[in-house]
Design a protein around this ligand. Structure first.
Ligand code: F3S
Length: 64
């Protein structure tokens, strides 16, 4: 699985990190700093939850 993060669209809602703070990291102002790339198997379920939780659709997942 890969996660796609359109960092420039982030509005700081922090719902992604609320679902998975071990995968989605925020900066001091609450904006996502996680970048696009492969998702570790252990984080796949929470990556999906975080993607679904973002109201700005900043995060999406692509199943491989
Ligand atoms: Fe940003 Fe969406 Fe997370 S707006 S902080 S990517 S919930």
């Amino acid at each position: 699985m890969e996660v796609r993060v359109d960092n420039a669209k982030c509005q700081g809602h922090a719902q992604c990190a609320a679902m998975s703070d071990d995968f989605f990291e925020l900066d001091d102002l609450g904006f996502i700093v996680t970048i696009s790339g492969a998702v570790p198997v252990r984080s796949e379920d929470r990556a999906r939850l975080g993607a679904d939780a973002c109201p700005e659709r900043v995060v999406s997942v692509e199943e491989s």
